[in-house]
Design a protein around this ligand. Structure first.
Ligand code: AMP
Length: 285
C-alpha cells in the first residue's frame, strides 16, 4: 500500500491507474477506523480495481465549540488495517496540503437540505463536508465513492451534490455496521465512559422499537417519533437533540410513514454527541 501525504505523491501513486483507465474507488474517512469504515472498504473493493482511502480530519466541518482538537487519531493502526484490507493507496494529507491558502474562498453550498436534521444544529458543517469531498473527488478522480448510511444526511447531500454539479462520480451508500448490542459503530464512541457506553445503546433500541411499531401497522409519523422520544426519555443518561421522520430523498418531515421513511436522531450521551437512524422498511437486525 502506498501512503501518500501530498497531492503530488497521490498523483504519482494514481498515475498508472488513471493511464490504464482502471476503475477507481474512493472511501473518505476521518480515521480512527472501525468495522463500519472497513465494511465500506470491502464494498469499494468489490466495485473497483483500485481502492483509495483518505484519512483527513477536516477542520472545515467542525464548529468552534466542537471536538476538532480532541478527535481520536490512530494513524499507524489505521494504515495497518487498510493494508490488511487490500487498499492500494492511503491518502493522509496534513491540513496545509488540503488547504494551502487557509480557508478556501469558494465552497460548496448545501442548499435548503442544510436546514434539516443535524444541519440545523451544526451551522457550516455540511458546507465543510461537501467542500472537502468535492476536493477529494478532484484529487482522486474516482469512478465510485463509498459512504456510510450512518451519516444519513451527509450521504443524501453528497448524492445531491454529485447530481446538481454533474461530478460524474457514482455514490454508493453502505449499511450501518453496529456493535453486537446494536450501538452504531462510531469513532466518537471512544469518548464514552463505561456507564455512558451502556446507556448509548438506548438510541438503537428506541429507533428499532419505532421500526417495529411501523412494521406492526402504525403509519402516523408523529406516533413513531413519539415512541423514540418516550424510549430515549427513559434513559437519564441520554438527551435527545432532535428526532425526525423524513423522506429519504428530500429530508422533509413526513406525516405518513412509508418503508422509505428514515427516522434519524442526534443525542448527547454525557458530553458526546451521537447520531443514528433507521429506515422503517429495513430488515437489518
Ligand atoms: P468518519 O470517519 O466518521 O467521517 O466516517 C467515514 C465514513 O464511514 C462515512 O461515510 C461514514 O458514514 C462511514 N461510517 C461511519 N460509521 C459507520 C458505521 N457504523 N457503519 C457504516 N458506515 C459508517
Amino acid at each position: 500500500m502506498i501512503v501518500a501525504r501530498t497531492r503530488n505523491d497521490l498523483g504519482e501513486a494514481l498515475a498508472g491507474a488513471w493511464a490504464r483507465g482502471q476503475r477507481l474507488a474512493l472511501v473518505p474517512t476521518m480515521g480512527y477506523l472501525h468495522e463500519g469504515h472497513l465494511s465500506l472498504v470491502d464494498r469499494a473493493r468489490e466495485l473497483a480495481d483500485t481502492v483509495v482511502v483518505s484519512i483527513f480530519v477536516n477542520p472545515l466541518q467542525f464548529g468552534p465549540s466542537e471536538d476538532l482538537e480532541r478527535y481520536p487519531r490512530s494513524e499507524a493502526r489505521d494504515l495497518a488495517l487498510l493494508e490488511d484490507r487490500g487498499v492500494a493507496v492511503a491518502f493522509v494529507p496534513p491540513d496545509e496540503e488540503m488547504y494551502p491558502d487557509g480557508e478556501p474562498g469558494v465552497t460548496v453550498a448545501p442548499g435548503l437540505m442544510e436546514r434539516r436534521l443535524c444541519g440545523a444544529f451544526r451551522p457550516g458543517h455540511f458546507r465543510g463536508v461537501l467542500t472537502v469531498v468535492a476536493k477529494l473527488f478532484g484529487l482522486v478522480r474516482p469512478d465510485v465513492a463509498v459512504f456510510g448510511r450512518k451519516d444519513f444526511q451527509q450521504g443524501v447531500l453528497i448524492q445531491r451534490m454529485v447530481r446538481d454539479l454533474d461530478m460524474g462520480v457514482e455514490v454508493v451508500l453502505g449499511e450501518i455496521v453496529r456493535e453486537p448490542d446494536g450501538l452504531a459503530m462510531s469513532s466518537r464512541n471512544a469518548y464514552l465512559s463505561p456507564a455512558e457506553r451502556r446507556e448509548a445503546v438506548g438510541l438503537h433500541d428506541a429507533l428499532f422499537s419505532a421500526r417495529r411499531l411501523y412494521q406492526g401497522g402504525e403509519g402516523r409519523a408523529e406516533a413513531i417519533v413519539d415512541e423514540v422520544r418516550r424510549q430515549v426519555g427513559g434513559h437519564p443518561g441520554l438527551e435527545l437533540q432532535y428526532v425526525d421522520a423524513v423522506d429519504s430523498d428530500t429530508l422533509e418531515s413526513v406525516t405518513t410513514a412509508t418503508d422509505d421513511t428514515v427516522v434519524a436522531l442526534a443525542a448527547f450521551c454525557g458530553a458526546t454527541r451521537l447520531i443514528d437512524n433507521v429506515r422503517l422498511g429495513g430488515t437489518a437486525p
